[in-house]
Write a protein of this length. Sequence first.
Length: 416
Amino acid sequence: MTARLPAYWRNVMTVLGGALGAQALPLLAAPLITRLCTPADVGAFSVWLGVVAVAAIGATLRLEAAMILDHESEAQRTCFSVVAYSASLTAILMTACAVLARLLELPIAAHLSWPALLTLGLATWMTAYMQTTLAYATSRNAFGKAARARIWSAGGIALAQVGLLALGVGGVALIAGQLIGLAAGLLAAMLLLAPPQAWPGWRLDDGQRRYLRRHDKFWRFSLPSNLLNVIVGQLPLLMIGARHGALAAGLFALTQRVLGAPIALLASSVLEVFKRQSVHDFQTQGNCRDAYRYTFKALVLLGIGPSLVLLLFSPQLFAFVFGENWRAAGELAQILAPLYFLNFIASPLSYVFFVAGKQKIDLVWQVALFVMTVSVFAAPGTLQQSVLWYAVGYSLLYFIYLHMSYQCSQNRMAAV
């Protein structure tokens, strides 16, 4: 293990440098965005983005994760073709369902504009294909090129949103900017990485169906597990909006965005390298205990500083950076800071469930998390009380999650 550490950290720093570049413009743009639009606009955009995030997970069938394990060129080409088919079908269904929901005047559709509803499918397709292309980059150790593609995407989103808001387009600028940035990032990824070309047919052929059967654990267990995880991530926002209104939803949305930035910036960078290292160790040693321990220590050291700052000074920081109207979001961030520290550590290490073939365990845990989240936000109480109990329950579940993932890294979990 020691001989591999320099290469391991070179890869981490490559991905981290790209992540820093990708997050620099969004972080700089956030104070401008919060002064150019209202919390209600941010809340509506966050609901739209949450629906896209959930649908994109379903659109990939989680098969992009299989590419890290299956390096054969023909297998990866088949994976792209299956994802293209699934994402296209999902996009068509999303658009049709959104139009139908608006015509039927369903509550969730009534809060979104027609431009938002009609672009749900397009945003879902682009997000799913971008995720698959970046997974292809990881499987090829092309961390630098993937980082540049992320920079194009994040920078395009930030610049387009601020520019359109400055022109007075209104809340729809957030959605339009997201689409522009996604398109820029996807184009950059295609040019830099030259992934296998795949066009969806009218139906899956025999080779594609065999691929689905060979990697059935990903769509049988990882897909529902990840869907639950993303849904749980959006549930507080949706339930807060329903119970406390769009203003509260906007405040919570900014809190999620700020606290999630270190995870997107640092933890995801470590994850890209941990994926390759854990797979290699499992294939050669029968476990990835050393890679797990090394990654755990790195995540603790990287996350402890920002978490302490948020815990101690969030209200003042939010008021200073985003404006006094957003101080309440900082108070929510103060409550959630310990939870996001655990999330920062646990999220990258969760990949060990895929490597060890224990996706079913992860699914059971996600079900428990879903039940806890619904119970907490359905119970009577103020916004702060609901968020506090959510943080406590989620943190306790994370301790269990970390214990199980460490057992998996040692290949000591019972057969499932």
